[in-house]
Design a protein around this ligand. Structure first.
Ligand code: FAD
Length: 273
């Protein structure tokens, strides 16, 4: 069976935490290899992230903590790595993160590759490290080639695997993996899958993170207006056929951005059987 992993964000309220517990129980039926929990840049969600990671481990499922370094000092990172080790965490998704505008600079890390290098130097092989990569190019990269080199640098620094930013164009993924391999970065590159359930939210997110929603998909989503059922049905078809193509083309696993919802991810995995 193809391995899958599931991503959650830390809930902000006790009600959100209860809802997420119920969502996780539904999604555990998919037998994820691990679940990951995002980490607000600047450490803003650190307590919520670590609590959610602890809950997942206590539920008997492997958990990865996302960990972003922008704005962080080495001392703070060292301290939080020790906390994670004490919690029994064995997987990290190591990221640079994005500071909210207006947040002061003062951190001791500039790029995720420096974080990966630091984690390896401090903790050896204590953590399996995943990093982010961008088949359609990170929005701040100087060029696609420079971004590819930045990914290769993260692998050379000690990353074990990568999870991609979401995309809806399978060719961008296959090309990225081929090019990375030619440069010697042959770790597993797992496609990040964003279910389509809400048109305005998807279009807003995609503009911010540089993921491209193809024109034909965007136009159809806009034409559905407030018809949520049609958006979900169409979104399911588009993303299910993307997943099928990725799996047929050799993707080693799929990572689902669940948005703390169970239905869309369950339906996509059901369609993949
Ligand atoms: P980097 O790999 O450091 O790259 C950032 C930019 O710098 C790129 O444009 C790259 O080309 C460039 N660059 C890298 N190295 C160099 C160099 N040596 N010289 C010049 N340029 C360089 N954000 C969060 O805040 N919390 C999360 O939990 C989170 N989870 C994520 C999970 C996944 C799977 C993905 C794909 C993204 C996630 N993000 C998260 C978003 C991520 O933090 C942003 O995309 C951020 O802008 C870049 O992070 P990175 O780790 O890819 O950075």
């Amino acid at each position: 069976m193809l391995p899958i992993s599931l991503e959650f964000f830390p809930p902000k309220t006790p009600e959100g935490a209860d809802k997420l517990r119920a969502v996780r129980q539904q999604l555990y039926a998919l037998k994820p290899e691990f679940c990951s929990v995002t980490y607000g840049a600047g450490g803003s969600t650190h307590a919520g992230t670590f609590t959610t990671v602890s809950e997942i481990l206590a539920e008997g499922v492997d958990a990865a903590s996302h960990f972003s370094c922008i704005g962080a000092t080495r001392a703070r990172v060292r301290d939080q790595l020790a906390q994670l080790q004490a919690m029994g965490v064995k997987r990290l998704v190591a990221l640079r993160g994005d500071l909210p505008s207006g947040y002061g600079i003062g951190g001791e890390f500039q790029y995720a590759s420096e974080l990966v290098e630091f984690i390896r130097a401090e903790t050896g092989r204590a953590f399996r490290i995943e990093v982010a990569c961008y088949p359609e190019t990170h929005p701040q990269a100087k060029s696609p080639q420079a971004d590819l080199q930045a990914f290769v640098a993260k692998v050379r620094a000690g990353a074990d695997a990568a999870i991609t930013q979401y995309f809806y164009n399978a060719d961008s993924y296959f090309r990225f993996v081929d090019e990375a391999r030619k440069l010697g970065a042959d770790v597993p590159v797992v496609p990040g899958i964003m279910p389509i359930t809400n048109s305005s939210q998807l279009l807003r997110f995609s503009d911010a993170c540089g993921a491209e929603v193809p024109r034909w998909v965007r136009l159809r989503l806009q034409a559905f207006g407030d018809d949520a059922a049609s958006i979900k049905a169409f979104g399911h078809e588009v993303v299910a056929s993307l997943c099928e193509r990725l799996v047929r083309g050799g993707a080693p696993a799929l990572h689902f951005y669940t948005m703390n919802q169970a239905q869309a991810t369950s339906a996509l995995c059901g369609a993949l059987k």
